[in-house]
Structure formats: C-alpha cells, structure tokens
Design a protein around this ligand. Sequence first.
Ligand code: AMP
Ligand code: GLY
Length: 420
Amino acid sequence: MKILVVGSGGREHAIIKKLKENPAAEVIYAWPGNGGMEEAVCVPGSPTDLEGIVSFAREKKIDYAVVAPDDPLVLGLVDRLEEAGIPCFGPRKNAAIIEGSKAFAKDLMKRYGIPTAAFKVFTDEKAALDYLETAPLPTVIKADGLALGKGVIIAETKEDARKAVRDMMRDKAFGKSGETVVIEEYLTGPEVSVLSFTDGKTLVPMVSSMDHKRALDGDKGLNTGGMGTVAPNPYYTEKIAKTCMETIFLPTMRAMNAEGRTFKGCLYFGLMLTPRGPKVIEYNCRFGDPETQVVLPLLESDLLTVMRAVTDGTLAETPVRFQDKNACCVILASEGYPKSYEKGFPITIPEEVKKDVFVAGAKILDGKLVTNGGRVLGVTAVADSLPEAIRDAYEKAEKITFENRFYRKDIGQRALLAKE
Ligand code: AMP
Ligand code: GLY
C-alpha cells in the first residue's frame, strides 16, 4: 500500500512510525514531512496546497491518505481527495468546522446541551466592548477561527479584555479568524485531553493525556504548542470517563450527525474538570500535538487497521486496545521558543533512542540533521509506572544534543501530585 500523510510535525512522525508497524504500509509519503522522518519519503510542498496534494496523490496512485493538521482539514482536503477516489482518514470540511469555528462549536454545544463555559458570540466590536463592561473577570476572549493556538486570551482586567477585543476585531491580529469573537466564562480545574476515533456511528476514546502548554517550569512563561505530555492523565478517573462518554462524547457525535455533518476521523476533546463536572474547553478535528506522541506509543492495536475501519464505517467491529502502561513525552525546543530563536544547529540522536524520537522542526543540511524550528523534537518513554516513564524520558532527552537545546524539567510533575 502507498500511504500519504499530510503534515510535518512530531504528531505526523508519530503517526508515520505507528503506520509503519504494519507491513502493508510499503511506502509512506509525507507532504511535506521533515528531515527527521527516515521512515517516509518527504515531498516538499505546503499542507494547504490542496491542488498540489490531490494531483500528487493521483499521480502516485496513493491507496490511503491521512490528513493530520487543522488547516487542510478545515479547507476541505479530505473532500477533494475523496472526489479523486482516494480514501482518507480525517473529517470532511463540513465536520472540520467543529475546530474551524469556535462560534459554531459553542452554538452546537448550547443547542445540544453539551456542558461548556457560558458564552456570547460577537461580530460587532462595539457590542463586544459594551458587553465587557458587565462581564465577570477573568474574562476569556477567543478568536473564532484557527489562530495557531494563539487566539485565546485570558484577561484578568477590564483593560486587558478591551485590548484583546480591539486587537482581534479592529487590528486583525489573527486576520479573518478574529472578525468574530467568543467571550466566555472563565472555568477552573484540571485540564484533560481525550482523543477519540469515530466513524460517526461508534466513538472509541483513546487513552487520556495531559499537555503542558506553557514554555517554562511551574507552568510559567508564554503559551506554546505544547512542551510535553503524559498519558494516562491521572485526574481522568473511570467515573469521570463514564460521565464524559454520556454527557459529552456521544452527544457530540450524535449532534454532528443530526446537523448533517457526520464526523469521521480523530475527534479531540479538550476538557476541564470543573467543580461542576467536566466541560468542553475546545474541540479539535484532529490528533493533538504533542498528545499523539504519548497516545500512539500506548496503542496496542494496529493503527492502519483502526484508521481504515474509521473510513469504512466498521469501527464497531474493530478492536482498539491500549497498553495498561504510562507514557511521558518531553519536547526539546530551541532556546527562545515561542519567541525568536536561532536554528541550523546539528542534532545528535544516539541510535538506541531513535525509535522513541518524533522529529518536528528539523531539516537535512549537507547530509546532516539540523534544527529548523521552535519545537525541534519530542522523545517518549513508556513504562509500567508514571515515575519510571518520566525518568526514562528525561534520560533519553539528555542523550539528544544540539546547541541551544531547551526543555522543561517538570513534565509529569503535576500528574504525580494528582496521583498522591
Ligand atoms: P484553547 O485554544 O481553546 O484550547 O485554549 C487554550 C487554553 O486556554 C486552554 O488550554 C485553557 O488552559 C485556557 N482556556 C480556554 N478557555 C478557557 C476557559 N473558558 N476558562 C479557563 N481557561 C480557558
Ligand atoms: N496540544 C494541543 C493541540 O494539539 O491543540
């Protein structure tokens, strides 16, 4: 089989490595992939070049495609590939809107009684500013569309809230994404990420995980794409999982069906376990990054089989099993990320840890792998207990070297506290 994976990050590398475990996956093309993806044939190109991707897939007679990032999904790449007769993993455009528009997602939850923060949607700047006068603090302000994970501002003061609204609506800090804003209630409680496989009829949650979004130890510093993850998330008990299945996961799947927007692919639930029960913070229409780098290493079942079952609508008959173990992923970044940083430094990855490394921001220069991004790579360890997984992940991280290497030293510490 010839498989095409669209995307270039650590998440895509984790998907490619897992797909490769199936001998049927003869060739995997990554569009564009990155220099660290030795298992794939990388094809230069933009993940949003729908024309280019479809004609490449036709020309190479791709048997199966996996679209991993949000923007091509929201733009409708899956629809285009399907029209060309290529079966795909990922939601169609009319379902990817669950991530592509926060106003859509919030309205869906409201209409179908799915627990989430109270909210209002604004398309008019003055109306939004007027509302802020009486809104409780802190206030959460979100750009409606995709904003590279940066479109959420938690304003502690009225002045900050007004600034956020002006930045988004008047100064277009996030382009068109901020023309509509959602202003919502501030929630508190531990956050949990739950990815799920769904074919629109059956929904199978994957093992839960915990992201670490801030750049610095102790959850300080700027928000990033994610500096590390652990799985499972100890806050996510069996009882909470059951509540989420009944009040959030299945109702969401059914709501999308009722709207004529059947979701097939990986539906990601960003949850907050509030004192009043689990609530949805966000939906993503794709695998999370770096959640995937802990979730897929724990997947016992064959990923290609599960993905194809999602595409074929046979998920109910397909076993999806996870190992009863713990995983920890530490992201090695370039010092300075998420602001400016230098790149182009050679990366040394010892042979014995290579299989546990998911490369994100790197390229080949003069035959050598060099840094080429903020988040350079992730390294994952799987072990019987969380403390062992954390220890092993850091041992491996220490062995991977490049100039200006930076990583958080406390990935998993909050999870350990929760276990006590
Ligand atoms: P999002 O991009 O929607 O995941 O938001 C980014 C982060 O902002 C989340 O991971 C939360 O930590 C925080 N956040 C988003 N919405 C809320 C909310 N309503 N209350 C508190 N924190 C929030
Ligand atoms: N780690 C959060 C995300 O992928 O959106």
